[in-house]
Design a protein around this ligand. Sequence first.
Ligand SMILES: [Zn+2]
Length: 209
Amino acid sequence: MTILAMLSGGLDSTAMLWKLLTGTGEPLRVHHIRMDNREGRADAEQAAVERIVAYCRAHCRPFRYTESGLELTQLEAIPIDYMAIAYVACQVAIDTPGCNRIAVGTLARDTDEANRSARQRRIFDVMYECYRARKLGEPEVIWIYPVHALSKTEVAALLPPALREITWSCRTPVRTASGFRPCGRCKACRARAEAAPAREISASPDASG
Ligand SMILES: [Zn+2]
């Protein structure tokens, strides 16, 4: 049976992917959603995801990778990510033979995590029912949370330093001549800074040489 792993390119979902790749031998389908909205983070995230996928394939094991896009750039409001993930995960699960699990990088420390995850599963369940009415998909699909119990620092420590460095967290990147740099101010940048001590510790053996 196959696990569908939803990859945003951030620390949490990359740690989830790495844990599934190294801790299980199960077939994976990895999917990234280009969240193209007023924040302007889609290109930075996509570039990170493509580097992450290449790294994981080279250093771990093969898996199927696909991406899709949700273009809502003319909206003033910022759409809720977990709804988009539920919506797209349903379509991709149906498109994946033998898919009976959906993995996401949600952490217990995330604000309102329990309620958001429950709402996300409800959105998915209602949509999946529509496909089941057409006798498509596996009878049961469950959501799994491989890094749920970890702190942000533990998540960062789980990743090989080279992989950690290519993840992307910033929600409002600043475009530069060579690409993007993190804004350093958004919620995701601040959460990532929390994980900084672990990064310095694990980087120190290399840095000393
Ligand atoms: Zn930022």
